[in-house]
Design a protein around this ligand. Structure first.
Ligand SMILES: [Zn+2]
Length: 466
């Protein structure tokens, strides 16, 4: 009896050994040239094995062995990189424009954007619905992080904002955001007092919420950072502290009118001190250079033949008129060239800020009301603008999909093509490390376990075309 048991046991082990299943994956990408933006290198001849939405294995084609997969995608030696993050976008314009906002999701994907950080709007319930559908794979679009409504003062600039006048309001506003729950706090300076602003920062810090946005010009970014501010959108607020005139101009209480003098008195030596202070606090700055350039010329440039305009709904197109009118008015006034001067200084700030260790975020500020900055294309524009300002293509790419996750403490899931990271992947025909212009050569987009070929992406775009 004992002998027979041993015999059958042996046979069983033999059979089990013979039946060891080959590793099987949902998706296998072969013949990939991986763009390693951390080392600034191209890793040739790689395979990437994926289950559901996560990378399980990355290896050398020559050592791949018998890996099987439900779906195999041949990258044909194209450049394979994490999907782009646009760290400053908007979904807004009210209920009537909800569907047009939803259509923009296709544009993001077509340009290789697999994650967006929504910096505040007035259609949060819709956005949360899309976010859920995207997560579940029933809607094609980028992963969405959202601030929910913006916080502003007594007379908010943007529809849907939450009013904060004092400490009590700050607590209530953050309760509301946490109930959504939003992913961070976006503060706006339409009419926010310095005291209410600082109350928001302190309360958010106490609750462990990330804060970024505009800053009332009645305060100072170094004070804000010392009170817990995590990031700054646009460069105005950092620039302000880089001028020796900042304090005297603040006392005049003239708002953004101070910016021409500030820009003209930008002091690079003082700036380096400011940048180091920000870097010490692990501060994030989103320069939004590209939209600055578009808006600087929006009064005179003819955008009626822009290739992407037909992909923007008529309702959102109508919101573009506001900034054009403002720009035309400004051009007629005596201070018409302020915009160009500040944009010039903004460009100068980027490289020394980066060198000092400030964490930069690539963000386009695209969305309704922000004229002629098209979802997807605009973040390509921002990356090119960052390179023009002195970053290498490698550094610029890091500001998109390496630093974006850092803001949310999500670096473990994003930032490279490696085991354990989410499989948000794009194929590029040309090498983006060699030339940032090659970011335009997106061929294939993979996110949430789905592969979108050029044909798929074109079909999605065709559906949203006017
Ligand atoms: Zn914005």
């Amino acid at each position: 009896m004992r002998k027979i048991n041993l015999f059958f046991g042996f046979i069983f082990i033999l059979l089990s050994w013979k039946n060891i299943p080959e590793p099987k994956y949902d998706l296998l990408i072969v013949n990939a040239k991986i763009v390693d933006v951390n080392q600034g290198k191209i890793l040739s001849w790689k395979f990437i094995a994926i289950n559901h939405d996560t990378i399980q294995l990355v290896g050398d084609m020559r050592k791949m062995g018998n890996i099987s997969a439900t779906k195999i995608v041949d990258a044909k030696n194209q450049y394979v990189m994490p999907g782009l993050w646009d760290n400053h976008v908007h979904f807004r314009g009210g209920e009537a424009l909800a569907q047009e906002n939803k259509n923009l999701l296709a544009l993001y994907l077509a340009y290789g954007v697999t994650t967006v950080r929504d910096c505040g709007g007035d259609i949060t319930p819709h956005l949360l619905g899309w976010r859920k559908e995207i997560k579940e794979g029933t809607l094609a679009g980028p992963t969405i992080f959202t601030s929910g409504p913006k916080l502003d003062g007594a007379k908010p600039t943007w529809a849907g904002s939450i009013r904060v006048l004092n400490q009590q309001d700050a607590e209530k506003a953050l309760d509301d955001l946490q109930a959504i729950p939003s992913d961070f706090v976006k503060i706006y300076d339409g009419s926010l007092t310095s005291d209410a602003y600082l109350a928001i920062l302190k309360e958010a810090k106490k609750r462990g919420l990330k804060t970024t946005g505009h800053m009332p010009l009645t305060t100072n970014i170094l004070t804000a950072v010392d009170n817990g501010l995590n990031g700054s959108e646009h460069l105005y607020y950092v620039l302000k502290s880089c001028s020796p005139k900042a304090d005297s101009l603040t006392k005049l209480n003239i708002g953004y009118q101070m910016m021409s003098t500030i820009a003209n008195t930008y002091d690079p030596a003082l700036a380096v001190q400011v940048y180091h202070h920000l870097a010490e606090k692990n501060f994030f700055v989103t320069p939004t250079l590209y939209i600055g350039q578009i808006l600087a010329h929006v009064a005179t440039d003819d955008h009626s033949h822009d290739a992407l305009l037909p992909y923007i709904g008529k309702g959102i197109q109508a919101t573009y008129a506001g900034r054009v009118e403002n720009a035309k008015r400004a051009a007629k006034s005596a201070t018409g060239d302020i915009h160009n001067k500040t944009e010039e200084v903004f460009g100068e700030m980027v490289k020394p800020m980066y060198d000092a260790g400030v964490t930069l975020l690539a963000g386009s500020d695209c969305g309704a009301f922000n004229s002629y900055t098209y979802p997807g294309e605009a973040i390509h524009g921002e990356l090119k603008a960052l390179v023009k300002s002195g970053l290498t293509p490698q550094q610029a790419l890091q500001t998109s999909f390496v630093n974006g996750p850092k803001f949310f403490d999500k670096s473990a899931s994003y930032g490279s093509i490696s085991k354990g990271k989410l499989a948000d992947i794009i194929f590029l025909k040309e090498n983006p490390l060699a030339n940032i212009q090659n970011i335009d050569s997106v061929q294939t987009v993979i996110t949430k376990g789905k592969v979108y070929t050029q044909k798929d992406l074109n079909q999605m775009l065709a559906k949203i075309k006017n």
